[in-house]
Structure formats: structure tokens, C-alpha cells
Design a binder for this molecule. Structure first.
Ligand code: NDP
Length: 256
């Protein structure tokens, strides 16, 4: 399937998890992909797995380093802002470091990378698409996720603001709001069966009976591909009339 041939995509946080899967799927679908992440060994293994992918190693929490790294990248028309951190702390124990790091990576970097991307598109008069990876936790409070929830909530509104101002330039901006996915981040937060159980019980499509085996076998609550499919849909022409939207990929968690 070559539905993204002729496109050049940049995916942040592409070293692991959802971002890596998006980068690989886009590359297989014909896009020329630039994979941005922080850990060099992840990018090396990604390039081995998918030799067509170009890699860029930068800490997106560093504004100046990000600007310098992205200045070398041209002709991107699809952007997936996926990189994020989840530092779990009870509200009363939230530290300044965790707050700053989380907002710098999860929100400020999205704004900054998108500015750089949009400025270049506008300068050459080309259309483009941005997909931000938010979370179901943008709209529901979750224990120990105060700062993470706040970054994702702000990301939803950033998505709408960007859609409003970039729409006239033919740049669409949407986000996906997934439920738990058993990536490294997901396992860190939800590998405790009791915690996972209380979450699953709030997901209409969740199967409580299958929880323990799903967790014990390091399986996944939502297929990583479910999220990737949603992102690819929003990047594609099939969603040409959609901008400023939040697409829940949550088994009904937010709707019920
Ligand atoms: P992972 O932790 O598995 O992967 C995150 C990737 O982002 C890693 O490659 C990581 O690199 C990279 N990254 C993190 N910080 C930076 C940074 N400062 N600069 C560059 N790269 C960075 O996360 P997931 O794949 O699970 O999550 C992807 C997205 O999906 C995130 O936005 C997350 O909030 C969202 N999400 C995840 C859910 C889940 O349950 N997993 C549920 C809902 C939303 P490194 O490891 O080197 O830091």
C-alpha cells in the first residue's frame, strides 16, 4: 500500500512504542520518514529495521537544540507530535522538575516543532497535516497523573488553536486521544494488575476477565496499531474535511 508516497513525514518520539510504529507504517506506506528521538541506540535499531528512515537525535525538551536540529530538515508535509513523558507523582508531591520537564516535552515542544513545520510549509505555499498524540487523560483526572493530565489537556486546546490559525494556510491539525497502550510508558503506569483493573472497568470495550492474562503476558489493552490506524487516518486524504478534532481511541472510556 503506497497511500503516502510523495509525502515526507516527521515523527517525534519515534524510538519506541507508538511513535516507532507510526514511523515504520508510514515508511511502508510510501512516505519518506524522518524519525526524531532521544536515545541513539533506539534510532540505530529503527534504521536497521527500516533502512529508508532518516533519523534525527535530539532532546525535544531543549528549545535551542530542537531548533538547530530541525533547521536541517526540509520538505516535510506530515507531522506527528508523539514524544511525551509521563512522570507519575501524587498531586501533593509534584516537583518543579517534573512539572517543567513534562510541560517542556509534552506541550512546549509540540508548539515549537509545529511552528517550525508550519512556517516552512507556509513559505512554500504547500498544504500539510499535523497529528498530535494526546490521551484520554486529557479529559479525565487519573490518580498520580496530575501533571501528565494537565499537559494533555493543554495539548487538546493547543490542537484547536493551531487548527484555527493554520486552517487558512491549508494545514489541518487534529489529535488522537488513546487509552492505555502497553508500550514502555504504558507498562510503567499500568503493569500493576489492580491499577489496570480499575481502569479497564471504566472502558466499555474492556474485558475485565481477560485483564490478568493481558497484563501478565505483557500483551496490550489497545493494539498499538489501533492508535497508529487513527493517526494514519488523520494524516491521510480520507480526513480532508477534519481539523481541530480530538479522536478518542479509547474503547468508549471518554464517551460513557
Ligand atoms: P514510550 O515511552 O514508549 O515512547 C516515547 C518515545 O518518545 C520514546 O522513543 C522516547 O525516547 C521519546 N521521547 C520522550 N521524550 C523525548 C524527548 N524529550 N525528546 C525526544 N524524544 C523523546 O511512549 P508511548 O509510545 O507509550 O507514547 C507515545 C505517545 O502516546 C505519548 O504522547 C503518550 O503520552 C501517548 N499516550 C500513551 C499511552 C500509553 O498508555 N502508552 C496512552 C495514551 C497516550 P526516550 O525513551 O529515549 O526518552
Amino acid at each position: 500500500m503506497e497511500r503516502f508516497s510523495g509525502h515526507r513525514a516527521l515523527v517525534t518520539g519515534a524510538g519506541k512504542g507508538i511513535g516507532r510504529a507510526v514511523a515504520v507504517r508510514l515508511s511502508h506506506a510510501g512516505a519518506r520518514v524522518v524519525a526524531v528521538s532521544r536515545t541513539p541506540t533506539d534510532l540505530e535499531s529503527l534504521q536497521k529495521e527500516c533502512p529508508g528512515i532518516q533519523t534525527l537525535c535530539v532532546d525535544l525538551g531543549d528549545w535551542e537544540a530542537t531548533e538547530a536540529a530541525l533547521s536541517t530538515v526540509e520538505d516535510i508535509d506530515l507531522l506527528v507530535n508523539n514524544a511525551a513523558v509521563a512522570v507519575l507523582q501524587p498531586f501533593l508531591e509534584v516537583t518543579k522538575e517534573a512539572f517543567d520537564r513534562s510541560f517542556n516535552v509534552n506541550l512546549r515542544a509540540v508548539l515549537h516543532v509545529s511552528q517550525i513545520f508550519a512556517q516552512k510549509l507556509i513559505a512554500r505555499g504547500a498544504p500539510g497535516v499535523i497529528v498530535n498524540v494526546s490521551s484520554q487523560s486529557s479529559q479525565r483526572a487519573i490518580l498520580d497523573h496530575t501533571v501528565y493530565c494537565a499537559t494533555k489537556s493543554a495539548l487538546d486546546m493547543l490542537t484547536k488553536s493551531m487548527a484555527l490559525e493554520l486552517g487558512p494556510h491549508k494545514i489541518r491539525v487534529n489529535c488522537v486521544n488513546p487509552t492505555v497502550v502497553m508500550t514502555d510508558m504504558g507498562r510503567l503506569n499500568w503493569r500493576d494488575p489492580q491499577k489496570a483493573g480499575s481502569m479497564l472497568s471504566r472502558i466499555p470495550l474492556g474485558k475485565f476477565a481477560e485483564l490478568l492474562s493481558a497484563i501478565l503476558h505483557a500483551s496490550i489493552l489497545t493494539e498499538v496499531d489501533d492508535v497508529v490506524n487513527g493517526i494514519l487516518f488523520l494524516l491521510s486524504d480520507q480526513s480532508n474535511m477534519t481539523t481541530g478534532a480530538m479522536l478518542p481511541i479509547d474503547g468508549g472510556f471518554l464517551s460513557c
